[in-house]
Design a protein around this ligand. Structure first.
Ligand code: PAF
Length: 281
């Protein structure tokens, strides 16, 4: 496994791999790898000849006052974990390498980026789509792997791939959870022991929503209120949003009917956690 920091060397290596006719599976990450990333990487390894990951904490997708500076970084730990699942190449560029002085090109997906996390994090998805486009251009993957935990990100990137005719297969894999259901995330590291204990309520509220729907409840407000009541029992939780949206266009629903996405963002102190499930009624 090689760790590459500069674009020129990356291009050289990718050319070599392509010349040999090997397929490339790519997992973009911001590092501080956890089981969620590792499950994407294991699948990428199985389905491709050569597995690449990127580790880049992308300043463009963090707003003012967000956790860009604090975001956990530990390349040595990540290299060890990546090696353990058969990673062939880590691309870990500096901010200057990705955005040299004078950088001025951005990729924007409209509409799908307006609600959910897009509403509370203006500019976030512009940062994601821009960096992911650059990474796809650099790595030239045959298949790319993303987690369902970041559901809106996956929807937005899939749309970008379709709209811009990017020649790759976009694969979304299930959320990997801790024993109490908390979705794995690099940000879980920020939680105090008490916050961590309470954070299990997020998945519990999603499961509760599913139960209500299975029992026949169709009124979105009733379901959202039941979820909010449950989450509020965890005294440290501050709900940013709970939404039930159409699975195709991410527009809020009034009644549950067909496939829907139930998504939430909740803060514990300064730590913002997201989670979701997809339901077919
Ligand atoms: O999901 C993430 O870790 C990031 O948003 C991504 C896709 C690596 C882009 O920076």
């Amino acid at each position: 496994m090689e760790t590459i920091k500069d674009i020129a060397r990356l291009r050289e290596k990718i050319r070599e791999v392509k010349k040999k006719g090997l397929s490339i599976g790519f997992v973009p990450t911001m590092g501080y790898l956890h089981e969620g990333h590792l499950s994407l990487m294991k699948t990428a390894k199985k389905e491709n000849d050569f597995m690449v990951i990127s580790i880049f904490v992308n300043p463009l997708q963090f707003g003012a006052g967000e956790d860009f500076e604090e975001y956990p970084r530990d390349l040595a730990r990540d290299e060890m974990l990546a090696r353990s699942v058969g990673c062939d190449l880590i691309f870990s560029p500096s901010v200057k390498e990705m955005y040299p002085s004078g950088y001025g090109t951005f990729v924007e997906v409209k509409k799908l980026t307006e609600g959910l996390c897009g509403a509370s994090r203006p500019g976030h998805f512009l940062g994601v789509t821009t960096v992911v486009t650059k990474l796809f251009n650099l790595v030239s993957p045959d298949r790319v792997y993303f987690g369902q935990k970041d559901a809106q990100q996956a929807f937005v990137l899939k749309k970008m791939v379709r709209d811009l005719n990017m020649d790759l297969e976009f694969i979304v894999l299930p959320t990997i959870r801790e024993a109490d259901g908390l979705a794995m995330s690099s940000r879980n590291k920020y939680l105090t022991p008490e916050q961590r204990k309470q954070a299990g309520v997020l998945y519990k509220s999603l499961k509760h929503a599913r139960e209500l729907i299975v029992e026949g409840e169709r009124n979105v407000e009733v379901i959202k209120q039941a979820m909010a009541n449950l989450i509020s029992e965890a005294g440290m939780a501050e709900i940013e949003y709970i939404e039930i949206v159409d699975k195709e266009n991410l527009k809020p629903l009034l009644t549950v009917n067909g496939e829907c996405l139930i998504a939430l963002a909740v803060k514990f102190g300064q730590t913002r956690l997201i989670d979701n499930i997809i339901l077919e009624v």
